[in-house]
Design a protein around this ligand. Sequence first.
Ligand code: HEC
Ligand code: HEC
Length: 139
Amino acid sequence: MPHRKKTATLFALTVFVLLGSAATTIRPANKFRNLKVLPQDISEQRLDSIMDTYCRALKVNCDFCHKPTIDLTGVAPANGDLDFAADNEMKEEARRMMRLTIDINKTHFNFDTTGKPGYLLNVISCNTCHRGNPFPAHE
Ligand code: HEC
Ligand code: HEC
């Protein structure tokens, strides 16, 4: 490799590494990457407890909605680590359910008799319908 080309490559690599480490330092610890329904600034603790309620309501584990990480060769590693940010059909289905649940609460349980908002806002939960069954329409 000619000397100039080598220097240019080295320089590009250095910039790349510097940018990379800057990005990791700026990103806050609880920054989730792919939230479309939950608030972007939700705490890790709050998100974890919401995910736990989904598991309990449907009587499933995390892998019902989250699939294993796929590496560049398209193979899932043996450790079975889940890629929580990646989307798939079941996760999309769950988002649809989250919106439905929010909508029922907002539309039907959001006002008391005087019209005061925020009353009984979370009466309907996943468990109201699921009761430990992931497919409530098919007993
Ligand atoms: C019933 C389906 C379902 C189950 C079960 C579930 N999740 Fe999720 N999870 C979702 C959905 C849907 C989202 C995306 C929410 C959004 O778009 O706001 C999500 C998002 C997440 C994220 C944020 C990823 C990112 O960076 O955007 C994490 C982390 C996560 N789940 C962890 C878990 C863990 C840990 C468990 C098991 C204890 C679990 N989930 C069980 C449906 C599920
Ligand atoms: C008003 C009742 C109701 C509520 C509330 C509800 N669900 Fe559902 N959910 C259903 C029904 C009924 C089905 C079955 C649809 C089917 O079998 O085709 C279903 C199906 C699902 C599925 C897909 C399983 C399949 O059929 O492939 C997921 C995932 C899911 N719900 C997650 C949730 C989560 C998470 C919540 C809370 C955020 C929630 N649901 C709240 C009624 C509800």
